[in-house]
Write a protein that binds this ligand. Structure first.
Ligand SMILES: NC(=O)C1=CN([C@@H]2O[C@H](COP(=O)(O)OP(=O)(O)OC[C@H]3O[C@@H](n4cnc5c(N)ncnc54)[C@H](OP(=O)(O)O)[C@@H]3O)[C@@H](O)[C@H]2O)C=CC1
Ligand SMILES: O=C(CO)COP(=O)(O)O
Length: 345
């Protein structure tokens, strides 16, 4: 039985541990809280994060050196804001280059780094190119119930992506490979912003038309930024693009959608984050995307509107009015231009 370490015992770390345990591995699920490790070992539960019984081959650890001893691979699933801190802790104990797969969806405000870039910067033995990202439409609650789910694993090194595919794939969890790390990471991170927007729209009482508009035009601005940064535009039509956008914008499981929904109903951001009690990645990512849009001179009106609601105390209804009264334009003008530039150069 291979040992795999999963770092981050929230809902997604726990669900991915179940997939790995179902595949016959002994999973070392690391948490920074001792009581949580004890709950996992004594009750085979992680009650605060996921309402399922855990397989007995998932073992809780609160000691990081012990958690990674003799493991074949490390899966990193802490929130984006904790990636650097946990990587720094790993540096002093990692003595060989085992595969590292991350499943976190965010971009760091200020530096505008994606998770694989942060890992490459912090981990002394690794470059960003060594890291694999796992992303796609995958609510932890459904993965834990073994409901059919599909994700993409991407690495610049195709062999690394294949190792990750082999590790996770099973009859309920289908894994595709890609080499477009940039597109896969951007798709997974930026859809959280649009999911907040979809939640706001539903909270305001708008209907399906408004949500479909947000999703479609949201995807257009994700693709616009991603293509400008060098991602493959086709990735945004894939699992980590349109797939994750659908699942996050249309589900009550999504913390980003739920946070947006409360904002749309009139709660302020502090109240909402207090109520959620779990990570809402889109809140930090919207700061990064807003900064990206300015620096890269890319139009991202929906992202800008959500930024204004979250951080500039704009009323959601006023932002909707602002979006609906923008100057007239052709639907595909800039996307067509970007695609033309990409495929003719
Ligand atoms: N939930 C899902 O369905 C999916 C989530 N993701 C992504 O996975 C990532 C993790 O999300 P998720 O598991 O849902 O989040 P949760 O909020 O459910 O859990 C986050 C976990 O990380 C722990 N944590 C926070 N800071 C640190 C730290 N500095 N050191 C160690 N552990 C820490 C938290 O501990 P504590 O709260 O006890 O401090 C908690 O156990 C996010 O980037 C998310 O976007 C991706 C796909 C699906
Ligand atoms: O990324 C997810 C599903 O693919 C989970 O989204 P939330 O973080 O909004 O719950």
């Amino acid at each position: 039985m291979d040992k795999i370490a999963v770092l981050g015992a929230g809902s997604w770390g726990t669900a991915l541990s179940i997939v790995l345990a179902d595949n016959g591995n002994k999973v070392h699920l690391w948490t920074h809280k001792q009581a949580q490790a004890e709950e996992i070992n004594e009750l085979h539960r992680n009650e605060r994060y996921l309402d399922v019984d855990l397989p007995e081959n998932i073992v809780g650890f609160s000691d990081l050196p012990k958690a990674i001893t003799n493991v074949k691979a490390i899966v990193m699933v802490v929130p984006t804001k904790a990636i650097r801190e946990v990587s720094q802790q790993l540096n002093s104990i990692l003595d060989s280059r085992i595969p590292i797969i991350h499943a976190s969806k965010g971009i760091e405000p200020g530096t505008l780094k994606r998770v694989s870039q942060m890992l490459g910067e912090e981990l002394e033995l690794y470059n960003a190119e060594d890291i694999v990202v796992l992303s796609g439409p995958s609510h932890a609650e459904e993965v834990a119930l073994r409901h059919p789910t599909t994700v993409t694993v991407a690495s610049l090194n195709k062999e690394n992506a294949k190792v990750a595919q082999e590790l996770f794939i099973n009859e309920a969890f289908r894994v595709y490979t890609s080499t477009d790390v940039l597109g896969i990471e951007l798709g997974g991170a930026l859809k959280n912003i649009i999911a907040i927007g979809a939640g706001i729209s539903d909270g305001l009482g708008y209907g399906d038309n408004a949500k479909a508009a947000l999703m479609t035009r949201g995807l257009a601005e994700i693709a616009r930024l991603g293509t400008k940064l060098g991602a493959d535009p086709l990735s945004f039509l894939g699992l980590s693009g349109v797939g994750d956008l659908i699942v996050t914008c249309t589900s009550v499981h999504s913390r980003n959608w739920r946070a947006g929904n409360l904002l749309g109903k009139g709660h302020n951001l502090d109240e909402v984050l207090e109520e959620m009690g779990m990570v809402v990645e889109g809140v930090r990512t919207v700061k990064a995307a807003y900064q990206f849009a300015e620096e890269e001179n890319v139009e991202m009106p929906i992202t800008t509107g959500i930024y204004q609601v979250l951080f500039e105390h704009q009323k959601p209804k006023d932002v909707v009015e602002q979006l609906m009264s923008r100057s007239k334009r052709e639907e595909m003008d800039d996307i067509a231009h970007l695609l033309y530039e990409r495929y003719t150069n």
